[in-house]
Ligand binder design. Structure first.
Ligand code: PEP
Ligand code: MN
Length: 354
């Protein structure tokens, strides 16, 4: 059950409701919504009458839960703000906003590489920089990433190019050290089921980009998002990155129906990663177009200055010129589909009425 409080309800009022619930043997959690406080009752509450909940002081709405991921369905941020104007730059991602293209190499390979790549992807029109420093590799002998040093290079590249940065954390123990150097925590596909990691990221104040597991259902993805949301962080970005099927011509199978289904079940922003979905650079542009056409709020794409020489995922890396085509396609498509936010970002000009 979710108890949604009036905007005017004070923290004390909500805490006193928590005490009343506890007196009646119910466990619950306070979650801060965009403009009000919400209590999620996590114990079964059938024993108590409905008016017990609706009569608690300050309660505006009582929602009985049938969904397994109620916060993802009702309370997540529809628009996630990435970065800060004082830092590496700020971008709004989600409902009604321009499609956001996040781009960069699979791995941060060196300081020089990420600094130069950041400038190139920015010039191609990307708004956010990606790059892995902690790399989840299938083979333990493969390059494992530069770790914290790589993240420091990312932060520098983001600062120099004016782009917020996204990077993966694989372990709860890395979160604190990584936090200052990134603007969005990425949870990789292999870690979608790492519930301790999800809970800890739920206690952070920066957004989380949550990738769908290789064999995860849409509902499992939403329940993974729920772990982050119920731990207090409502800024979750979902990402469809292809699932494992019997098909071998592509690295994974891009499940575009997941984008459509997710958009019908949650207001959270949904991204598509056409790079890991296909594993082949030749297919990345076409699937990027398809993703925007079916309602994705943006893309996360692997781009490299010398794609064939990428240390990891070379076969799927695209060059900046192709990235530019993808950014241009996304703008054209979202205009054609009437999805682009037309609210001016500068104060509206008052044109004389003729
Ligand atoms: C990545 O984005 O670098 C990555 C490892 O992706 P995924 O977790 O989707 O495989
Ligand atoms: Mn990769």
């Amino acid at each position: 059950m979710i108890l949604s409080f009036r905007k005017s309800a004070s923290r004390e009022c909500v805490e006193s409701a928590v005490r009343r619930l506890a007196e009646n043997g119910l466990n619950c959690q306070i979650v801060a919504g965009a403009d009000n406080l919400v209590i999620v009752v996590t114990s079964p509450c059938e024993a108590l009458p409905g008016h017990f909940f609706s009569h608690l002081e300050g309660v505006e709405k009582v929602v009985k839960l049938t969904a397994r991921s109620p916060l993802a369905a009702e309370s997540g941020c529809a628009v996630v703000q990435i970065g800060s104007p004082a830092g590496r730059g700020r971008i709004a991602l989600g409902q009604g906003k321009e499609p956001v293209v996040i781009a960069g190499p699979c791995s941060v390979e060196s300081r020089e590489q990420i600094l130069a790549t950041a400038q190139a992807v920015k010039a191609a029109g990307a708004q956010v920089l990606r790059g892995g420093a902690f790399k989840p590799r299938t083979n333990p002998y493969d390059f494992q990433g530069l770790g914290l040093d790589g993240l420091k290079f990312m932060a520098e590249a983001g600062q120099a190019s004016g782009m917020p940065v996204v990077s993966e954390v694989m372990d709860v123990r890395d979160i604190e050290a990584a936090e200052p150097y990134l603007d969005v925590f990425q949870v990789g596909a292999r870690n979608m089921y790492n519930y301790d990691l999800l809970k800890e990221l739920g206690r952070q104040t920066k957004p989380v980009l949550l990738k769908r597991g290789l064999s995860a259902t849409i509902d499992e993805l939403l329940q993974a998002a729920e772990y982050i949301l119920v731990s207090g962080n409502l800024q979750v970005i979902l990402c469809e990155r292809g699932i494992r099927t019997y098909e071998t011509r592509v690295r994974n199978t891009l499940d575009l129906s997941a984008v459509v289904v997710l958009k019908s079940l949650t207001a959270l922003p949904v991204l598509v990663d056409p790079s890991h979905a296909t594993g082949k650079r030749a297919y990345v542009r076409a699937l990027s177009r398809a993703a925007i056409a079916c309602g994705a709020d943006g893309l996360i794409v692997e781009a490299h200055l010398e794609p064939e020489r990428s240390i990891s995922d070379a076969a799927q890396a695209i060059e900046p010129a192709v990235l530019k085509e993808i950014v241009d396609d996304a703008a054209v498509l979202s205009d054609a589909l009437g999805k682009r936010d037309r609210t001016p970002s500068l104060p509206d000009l008052k044109l004389p009425v003729s």
